[in-house]
Design a protein around this ligand. Structure first.
Ligand code: PLP
Length: 376
């Protein structure tokens, strides 16, 4: 049956991704390629359409977080290099080999399992060896790497295709941590080469690293958030010229005239200070419209900002449109992104919620359909 959907959706502006990718290219050295990070459903933008668009823009290296995310891309016919940042968990080895997926190699045990599975199948598997150069999260610590290298060199089922690390403080432009991490990274790279390994790909920089720190040794950079128009940190607001990709919109379902003094939504956390015109939007926290935006969020309607009033509910949100002329049921309100020359950026939301734009984007719920605006 054909019927119109609830009028709440996300517009994903693919030409904005193209623009942001150009920004990433302009920060890469001439010999570096972009490995586009499309984990978490491309930060909530939709991994398959976004990956296809990035392919059209010339990208052929991608990274996801999990095996499931990688398989979804393979099922969609995406046959490019796919790096699984979360590594290969016990029991997943055969699937990695079957679907030609590259795990990030984070520990000795996984290396043993992958090697055994590859040899059993008379195959080899490419891995990206990850070192902890100071991030303090995952990967081989320097001493572990030194102890492991002779054994790794003897594993005929493994090809050490890549050598990588991750920066902890790249959004701090004068971070001594980053300087130390870069030095450690290069030292460990030399150790790996001295052991006789020749990783073809070397990579360190996420969006913040790419925006602030050169890596002449690197063959790849790994931008994520900047492709989606989010700043990798507040310090980059003047340095990077990014366009928002995600635009969250919801259309007025009902208009209600309420007398002064009316209590609004759960808990009556808001009382109408005067006679008001209130618009009801069919969106709520189940769609990722965060409940912490109760009495704080904003929308854009007819070229003006309108405030969210009362508690955000699971499926409904109320906005004050008293000052907007000519509002009708069906008019579209933009809650994130831009409209009529105004914008509400992911970074602005994030500041209100005491988080980062990454979380804002990837929390927009799966209930909200994504529409893809073609490249103009
Ligand atoms: C998520 C991730 C990235 C991308 O980071 P951004 O800050 O979004 O650019 C790069 N590398 C690794 C290992 C990651 O987990």
């Amino acid at each position: 049956m054909n019927y119109p959907a609830r009028p709440t959706w996300v517009d994903v502006d693919l030409s904005a991704i193209q623009h942001n990718l150009q920004q990433a290219f302009s920060l890469c050295s001439p010999t570096q390629r972009v490995l586009a990070v499309v984990k978490a459903d491309a930060y909530g933008h939709g991994a398959i359409p976004v990956t296809r668009a990035l392919q059209d823009f010339g990208i052929c290296d991608f990274a996801v977080a999990t095996l499931e995310e990688a398989l979804a891309l393979r099922r969609a016919g995406i046959s490019d290099h796919l790096l699984v940042l979360g590594g290969c968990f016990s029991g997943q080895e055969a699937v990695f080999l079957e679907f030609n997926l590259m795990p990030t190699l984070l520990d000795v045990d996984t290396a043993l399992r992958l090697n055994a599975q590859a040899l059993k199948r008379k195959q080899q598997i490419k891995v990206h060896l990850k070192v902890d150069s100071g991030m303090g999260r995952v990967g081989f610590l320097p001493q572990q790497l030194e102890d492991f290298l002779p054994q790794l060199c003897s594993m005929d089922g493994l090809i050490v295709e890549g050598f990588m690390s991750h920066l902890a403080c790249a959004d701090d432009l004068d971070s001594a941590v980053t300087v130390a991490q870069r030095n450690q990274f290069l030292l460990l790279l030399q150790m790996v080469r001295d052991a006789g390994l020749q990783p073809r790909e070397i990579h360190l920089n996420n969006s913040a690293g790419l925006s602030a720190w050169d890596c002449p040794e690197c063959t790849l950079s790994r931008p994520g958030i900047m492709l989606y128009g989010g700043l990798p940190g507040p310090v980059f607001s003047t340095k990077l010229n990014l366009q928002p990709v995600m635009h969250l919109r919801s259309c007025v379902a009902q208009l209600r005239r309420l007398p002064a003094g009316s209590g609004i939504s759960y808990g009556h956390s808001y009382h109408a200070p005067r006679d008001m015109l209130v618009a009801v939007l069919p969106i709520g926290y189940a769609d990722g419209y965060n409940r912490l935006l109760s009495n704080r969020g904003q929308g854009i309607l007819h070229g003006q900002k309108i405030p969210v009033i009362g508690r955000v509910c699971m499926d409904w949100t109320l906005v004050d449109v008293s000052h907007i002329s000519g509002v009708k049921v069906g008019d579209c309100v933009t809650l994130l992104g831009s409209a009529d020359g105004l914008s509400i950026t992911g970074d602005e939301w994030a500041e209100q919620l005491d988080t980062i734009s990454y979380e804002v984007f990837c929390r927009i719920g799966s209930r909200v359909p994504r529409r893809y605006l073609p490249v103009s």
